[in-house]
Ligand binder design. Structure first.
Ligand code: KG4
Ligand code: ZN
Length: 337
C-alpha cells in the first residue's frame, strides 16, 4: 500500500510517500521567511504553503519513484496547528485523493509525532511511554497499544520548544531557538548559573516552562545585559544557554523517568523538535540505561515536522479501514484523544 502524506500545520511544507510502513521519500521545505520576524507569522505561512505544496508533493512522488496513479491513499494533517496553514495541506490532500478516486484520511499531527518513533528500523514495543516535545506541545503519553493512548501530563503554559525559542529571542539568537541554544550550551558550563526547575506538584506529570523563561529575562535585566543592542560576551552567553537548557532537561528527564517507572513500561520514546536536543538525548540516554529501559528517538528529519510521520499514521489508519469524508475541516486546537 502506497500512501502520500502531507504536513502543513506550521512552517514546514512537507510531503512523503510511505509504502507498507517504509518511508520511500520525505521532502521538507522549511519556510525561512519567518526568521526575520523571530517567530512564525501565520499569514505568511499559509501563503508559503500555497506556493510550495505542488512542487513538494511532486518531489516526494519523484524521489519515491512512484507515479500518482499508483497511490492507494492520501493522508494530511488536519490539526492541531495554524488554521490557514492546515487548510492548505488538508484541502490539497482531499482534492488530490478525490481526483485520483482513492481514499483520504485526516491525521492528528500529535499522533504523527507519537508514531515518528516507528519510522526507524528498531521499533518500540507496546506498552511504551512517549515524551512529545515540540514548539507547540510538551506532553507525556502512555501508549497501551496501537491508537490506544492516554495523556499523562502536558504543559500548563509554554511548550518546551517555545521556551527555547523565546529565550533565544531574548538573547538575540534568532529563530528557531532550539538548535542555536543547543550549540551554545555545548560550549558552556551548565552549573555556572542555576535557573529554577519547575517540577510543579509532586503528583502531576504536567509541565511549566514560563518560569525558567522569566528567570532568564530577570538574569539579563539584573546583570545589565541587553543582547538586542550589545551582544553578550561569548563565554557568558554559553553559560546562560547551558544553564537554561539544564533546567528544561532536568524537568523533562525527571518526569519522564518517574512516569516510565510508574507505568511499568520497558520502552521510552521521545518525539518532536526538542527531541533533537543533544543534552536531552544524552541525559535520557543515561537515565534509561541506568534504569534498564530502552530509549527511542527519531532521526533528525523525523523530529521536526515532516510528511513521513503523517503518511505513516495515514497508512496505519487506512489499513484499519478508517477514511475521512470530504467535509473534514481543519481543527486548530485538536487534542490528542
Ligand atoms: O516538532 P517541531 O518541528 O514543530 C512543532 O510541531 O512545533 O518543533 C519545533 C521546535 C522549535 O521550538 C525548535 O526551537 C525546537 O523544536 N528545536 C529544538 C532543537 N531543534 C529544534 N529545541 C531544542 N534543541 C534542539 N536541538
Ligand atoms: Zn510538530
Amino acid at each position: 500500500m502506497d500512501v502520500l502524506g502531507i504536513e502543513t500545520s506550521c512552517d514546514e511544507t512537507s510531503a512523503s510517500v510511505v509504502s507498507d510502513g517504509i518511508v520511500k521519500s520525505n521532502v521538507i521545505s522549511s519556510q525561512l521567511v519567518h526568521q526575520k520576524y523571530g517567530g512564525v507569522v501565520p499569514e505568511l505561512a499559509s501563503r508559503a504553503h500555497q506556493r510550495l505544496i505542488i512542487q513538494v508533493v511532486d518531489e516526494a512522488l519523484a524521489r519515491a519513484g512512484i507515479d500518482k496513479g499508483q497511490l492507494d491513499g492520501v493522508a494530511a494533517t488536519y490539526g492541531p496547528g495554524l488554521a490557514g496553514a492546515l487548510l492548505v495541506g488538508l484541502n490539497f490532500g482531499k482534492a488530490f485523493a478525490y481526483a485520483l478516486g482513492i481514499p483520504f484520511v485526516g491525521v492528528n499531527h500529535m499522533e504523527g509525532h507519537l508514531y515518528s518513533d516507528f519510522l526507524g528500523r528498531e521499533k518500540p514495543s507496546y506498552p511504551f511511554l512517549s515524551l512529545i516535545v515540540s514548539g507547540g506541545h510538551s506532553m507525556l503519553v502512555y501508549v497501551e497499544s496501537e491508537f490506544r493512548h492516554r495523556v499523562l501530563g502536558q504543559t500548563r503554559d509554554d511548550a518546551a520548544g517555545e521556551a527555547f525559542d523565546k529565550v533565544a529571542k531574548m538573547l538575540g539568537l534568532g529563530y528557531p531557538g532550539g538548535p542555536v541554544i543547543d550549540r551554545q550550551a555545548k560550549e558552556g558550563n551548565p552549573a555556572a548559573i542555576r535557573f529554577p526547575r519547575s517540577f510543579l506538584e509532586e503528583e502531576t506529570y504536567d509541565f511549566s516552562f514560563s518560569g525558567v523563561k522569566t528567570a532568564v529575562l530577570y538574569y539579563l535585566r539584573d546583570h545589565g545585559l541587553n543582547p538586542k543592542s550589545t551582544p553578550v560576551e561569548p563565554a557568558l552567553l554559553a553559560d546562560i544557554c547551558a544553564g537554561f537548557q539544564a533546567s528544561v532537561v532536568d524537568v523533562l528527564a525527571a518526569k519522564t523517568m518517574r512516569a516510565a517507572r510508574e507505568m511499568g513500561v520497558r520502552d521510552v520514546c521521545m518525539a518532536g523538535g526538542v527531541s533533537a536536543n543533544s543534552g536531552l538525548r544524552r541525559r535520557l540516554g543515561e537515565d534509561t540505561a541506568a534504569g534498564g529501559f530502552r530509549l527511542f528517538y527519531p532521526a533528525l528529519e523525523y523530529c521536526m515536522d515532516n510528511g513521513a510521520m503523517i503518511a505513516y499514521v495515514g497508512w496505519l489508519r487506512l489499513r484499519l479501514g478508517t477514511v475521512s469524508g470530504m467535509e473534514l475541516t481543519a481543527v486548530p486546537s485538536l487534542e490528542l484523544a
